[in-house]
Write a protein that binds this ligand. Sequence first.
Ligand SMILES: C[S@@+](CC[C@H](N)C(=O)[O-])C[C@H]1O[C@@H](n2cnc3c(N)ncnc32)[C@H](O)[C@@H]1O
Length: 217
Amino acid sequence: MRLKKIFPGVYGVGRDIATENSTPGFRVYDERLLRLKGNEYRLWDPRRSKLAAGILNGLKRFPFNPNSSILYLGASSGTTASHLADICPNGWIYCVEFSKRMMQDLLQVTMKKRNMVPVLADANLPAKYLHQIARIDIIYQDVAQPNQAEILLKNSELFSPRFAMLSIKSRSINAIESPKKVFKREIEKLKDYFSVLEKIDLRPYDRDHVLVNLERK
Ligand SMILES: C[S@@+](CC[C@H](N)C(=O)[O-])C[C@H]1O[C@@H](n2cnc3c(N)ncnc32)[C@H](O)[C@@H]1O
């Protein structure tokens, strides 16, 4: 099998994508591990990760590099955050999660992947975790809350990231209105602070979300 570099730290393997495993032998979510040319790679499942779905659906501007530090809002058990930890081995992935149950699973991952920092906190209250976090380059947000745009703006004001990526779930904001209208209105709220680089529909991997790629103005 041949490896094709797609972005820094992201490889195409046949029809799949993968990241180089920073913790060889360790799996986060039953992903397949491949050994190629003396290195180990973790296949990245687009049905489990909106960022993987976005890459497979044609994301063009990839803001992450090996030195990036990321504020990850809504880390859950660490599926996507663990791939970002592989992609950014010299940076920190600050993983904010407010569910204690999810945090228990996340801790199993952060104990292995040493550049992931668990933060048990509500993303609505960034001042409470400001002291735990150093420089941030990118905010990645996937919280499925009705006030997604507001959460991103509050965090951006405190952490001043150069880029942000936001997964918007229309049904968490308004279950009745058409998803298109909901997406448009949420993105409108961000326009004073961010320019929209790309907006990616995640179907067929995910029916409910769009991934919005943003750069600070
Ligand atoms: C859709 S899941 C995230 C999946 C994860 N991003 C991935 O790709 O691996 C959303 C997560 O956000 C968390 N969450 C929701 N609201 C939050 C908030 N206000 N602060 C912190 N975490 C929150 C939920 O507990 C849940 O684990």
